[in-house]
Design a protein around this ligand. Structure first.
Ligand code: KG4
Ligand code: ZN
Length: 346
């Protein structure tokens, strides 16, 4: 069963074809990064305009790389929430029109559930597949807009245990990188710089969040402020003593420590020893290494190219709803934020 997935919730205009919810037949991601880089952040108006310009070609390319025509499709899945409203509406409206015109079963899905699904996707060239993940497990959703530690009971059932009370982790990478002029977007740049830096060169404080309902919560605004304010302090040193690599490595270490401290608390309290990660920050090599070193946990990551926004995760998740006989109406709405997001997502 071939499902086309369309993703346009932020700054990636993406489409992919996934067979049977597993095999990635094509995965086209047209990134808008160069258009937003000059503003050091995603400009919503530019994002939706670029999606409008590109979406037709991106979908055509995904079908062509998969060697399929529209009549070969058994389903069409699209992101409906959460994200930038204008951007979401481009993908959603395109998908509705396409599904209606070609009479293809249509399903609108949630972007964060799709990030969690990404680790189940496999390149068709892979002959041996890891055993599917058994529910329940802990989810670690880390991106530019979200930082969520959750309990996952099924592909469509997730309970938020902890979330950020201010900035998202990816946002902190981006803001620190912007401030220091390392580059945009900051996550991949800091990850690379950090590889030759000393993570203990500078020490930054961890947030004091562990009581009551904050037990698994995260906070990044304090870290961001500390790193940025300490810049002034670094500048008082001779330039030769300030290595961008050390700042990157020290910041990255603290950012990941904040995540893992809450995650490990959740592991202890719930007894769940499998963690599935997703979202752009799940590509972070330091995070992957630290979690990989925990012999007592099974930590599953999507392949690095499927951590960021892509259409394959949308198609894979969509397949699961479609085989259950579910369809979305062509009146389905886009939603920028998920209601009651903080504690009862979705
Ligand atoms: O999931 P994603 O592509 O888009 C959102 O839904 O937000 O995540 C983008 C975020 C950005 O903040 C980017 O800086 C971060 O993921 N990111 C990384 C890495 N690659 C991307 N953060 C840390 N390390 C990386 N290697
Ligand atoms: Zn995302």
């Amino acid at each position: 069963m071939n499902v086309l997935g369309i993703e346009s919730s932020c700054d990636e205009c993406a489409a992919a074809v996934v067979e049977d919810g597993i095999w990635v037949r094509s995965n086209v991601v047209a990134t808008q990064i160069p258009f937003h880089a000059v503003y050091k952040g995603v400009v919503p108006e530019i994002a939706s305009r670029k999606h409008t310009e590109w979406i037709y070609a991106v979908v055509q390319e995904a079908l062509s790389q998969a060697g399929l025509e529209p009549p070969d499709l058994d389903g069409l899945a699209v992101t409906a929430q959460p994200g930038l409203l204008g951007s979401l509406l481009v993908g959603l409206s395109f998908a509705k029109a396409f599904a209606w015109a070609k009479n293809i079963p249509f399903i609108a899905v949630d972007h964060m559930l799709a990030h969690l699904y990404a680790s189940q996707l496999v390149d068709p060239s892979v002959t041996v597949r890891a055993a599917p993940v058994a529910y329940p497990f802990l989810g670690l959703l880390v991106s530019g807009g979200h930082s969520i530690i959750c309990r996952v009971d099924d592909f469509d059932s997730l309970t938020v245990l902890g979330t950020t009370i201010d900035d998202a982790v990816g946002e902190a990478f981006d803001k620190v990188s912007n401030h220091y002029g390392f580059g945009y977007p900051g996550g991949a740049v800091i990850d690379k710089l950090a590889q030759t830096g000393d993570p203990l060169a500078f020490s930054f404080p961890l947030p004091k969040l562990y009581k009551g309902e904050h037990r698994y919560d995260l906070s990044y605004s304090g870290l961001k402020t500390a790193v940025i304010n300490q810049l002034e302090q670094f500048r008082q040193k001779p330039a030769s003593q300030i290595r961008a690599e050390d700042i990157a490595a020290s910041f990255q270490k603290t950012a990941v420590d904040i995540l893992l401290r809450s995650l490990f608390r959740a592991v202890e309290d719930t007894g769940l020893t499998t963690t599935v990660a997703g979202g752009g920050v799940a590509a972070n090599s330091y995070l992957r290494r630290l979690l990989g070193e925990r012999q007592d946990l099974r930590c599953i990551f999507p392949s690095p190219e499927l951590c960021g926004d892509n259409g394959a995760m949308i198609a894979g998740l969509g397949y699961r709803y479609l085989i259950r006989g579910e369809r979305s109406p062509l009146t389905a709405l886009a939603c920028a934020r998920v209601k009651a997001f903080k504690r009862s997502y979705p």
